[in-house]
Design a protein around this ligand. Sequence first.
Ligand SMILES: Nc1ncnc2c1ncn2[C@@H]1O[C@H](COP(=O)(O)OP(=O)(O)OP(=O)(O)O)[C@@H](O)[C@H]1O
Ligand SMILES: [Mg+2]
Length: 404
Amino acid sequence: MALPTPNPFRPGAGRVPPELAGRDALVSEVQTSLDEVVHEGEGGRPVIISGLRGVGKTVLLNEFVRTAQDSKRWIAIKLEAVAGNSLQLPLARAIHQELRSLMTTGEVAREKLMRALAAFKSFQVKVDPSGTYAFGFDVEPVPGIADTGDFQQDVFDLLDQLGRTARDLGMGVLLAIDELQSAPKSDLNALNVALHNLGQDPRPVPVSFIGTGLPSLPSVLSDATSYAERLYDYRTIGLLEDAEARDALAHPVERRGIVWEPAALDEALQSVGGYPYFTQACGKHVWDVSTGTTITRPDTLIGIQKARDEVDRGLYMSRWDRATQAQRAMMKAMAEDDDRPSAIQDLVIRLGKSRTSDLSVSRKELIKSGHIYAVDRGFVAFTVPGMADFIRRRIGDLESRIGD
Ligand SMILES: Nc1ncnc2c1ncn2[C@@H]1O[C@H](COP(=O)(O)OP(=O)(O)OP(=O)(O)O)[C@@H](O)[C@H]1O
Ligand SMILES: [Mg+2]
């Protein structure tokens, strides 16, 4: 008999895993500082969480936002930066949605939100004058607040007014931005300056900021504003330790009264290599092929193969297919370093070029398309764990596709 449905594992983007493995310490530290912000009515240090693709940044960010919303003590605003687009419009939409929902669920009385609503209106009128941002009653903008059209000034005013409103209500403001490395440099500068200025008040308003993004995010923020290095509390998340990946695979299964045969679990662990996204893909496929109350090694081997095929096609092959021939050649040269950063100097030699500038176009384009990121000056690395392994494993196959 097949295992019970629904399948507990959740491969995909931002899908809540059945077990949030290996993040307890980080979650509890960030949560403690968020709790302090509400408790003291005073803003804390903004936080940046960075990591490779598929390690669980969105899941974590959503977890903080959800906890904040459930506690009913936060004005929680979440948005995602999209390359080439300003943060202004998504910010306006996210604030509108949150203010509306606070009012319509009756959690906060309309009069108590008036200051925030008016500041929002001033901001919105500048950012998206033709947009519809109804609250069910008229809200007048306040002249002189968040309406200069200069994002740096306006985002400061807006967060300041939201923060003051929150303080009056015994609440906090949580601003959460995913994929922050994709935001335009000028917006990042505006955000840095606004957060910096908010933090300089002797009693900063209770605004918390969490930004998530690729490992390049800290340097992207520093490029936008030099003091960003000291402004944020930088955290990184990576692959799971063995014991954590074991929990990620075993706990969801055990909670359904099913067990892994020890050899089967070892096999699965070896195949996922601590990559959170793989734990879900592997768990899902193994669950799908298993029967009875014990997951056996033969079933696990079939599930692993199915997971690998799916991930190869979905995650890796699609990236490979999107690259030009020159970009593929550069990725192939990078694959020799496995998941370690590659020195551009070494790539120049491997590719039989004479100067680093010979690779600058491919490098720039691969960074732009999100295949690779600049680690340090002169070094690049893949944004997706396991890309190097994929290229090496499938090299013959891939070469026959060149020119497709
Ligand atoms: N701590 C964890 N334990 C187990 N599975 C996890 C964990 N974190 C994330 N996952 C799973 O990994 C997958 C990717 O998660 P998520 O989309 O949050 O990653 P991400 O870092 O935001 O990736 P990207 O950079 O592509 O946006 C999801 O299927 C999610 O359920
Ligand atoms: Mg994400």
